[in-house]
Design a protein around this ligand. Sequence first.
Ligand code: ZN
Length: 114
Amino acid sequence: MHELSICQSMLKIVDSTMEQHEGAKLRKIFLDIGRGSTIEPVLLSEAFEVITAGGPYAGTELVINDIPISGRCRDCGRDFTYEELAVGCPNCGSTNIEITAGLELDIKALEVDD
Ligand SMILES: [Zn+2]
């Protein structure tokens, strides 16, 4: 389950941010997760609960924003959005495409109580 290691690296980033807010309590972590990433949001939330249980981040809520996959076709120039990760342009079928969103895992914001 690679969500566990993703969670650990995410918490390292959170840690370094929280160090600048001494004494603050972390409430929420806002994440962008692309549908084309290999991350399962439910598993990530579960892993997060397991890792943070009993620690300073116990009870912190993960707020996950689901990002659809978008791309642009280099052949016909069409912009498109996929429901699922697909291989070709829905317009002309070309595989000469560029994925512009939907593969990311980004921490967008942290909500803390001072
Ligand atoms: Zn195309």
